[in-house]
Design a binder for this molecule. Structure first.
Ligand SMILES: [Zn+2]
Length: 81
């Protein structure tokens, strides 16, 4: 009796199909809007990092991804001790 030959693992070759992860480019123009020739900012700037750093808008707050600053949309944010 000869040695049992291991079953060859099937290697599925994807014919030229490569899944590429689509990277979302950081689009700054998304944060601006031109209305009647005027530049309107759609996003808030971070008061800690200064102008140029936008706050990410969430459903209930704005948050800075750089310093962690969070601004709540609700009024209770003002009552921070
Ligand atoms: Zn910040």
């Amino acid at each position: 009796m000869g040695k049992k030959v291991k079953k060859k693992q099937r290697i599925r070759k994807r014919a030229g199909k490569k899944k590429k992860r689509k990277k979302k480019p950081y689009v700054v123009s998304k944060f601006y809007k031109i209305e009647n020739g005027k530049l309107v900012r759609l996003r808030k700037f971070c008061p800690v990092c200064g102008p140029g750093v936008f706050l990410a808008e969430h459903s209930d707050r704005w948050a800075c991804g750089r310093c962690g600053y969070t601004e709540w949309k609700t009024v209770k944010a003002t009552a921070v001790t």
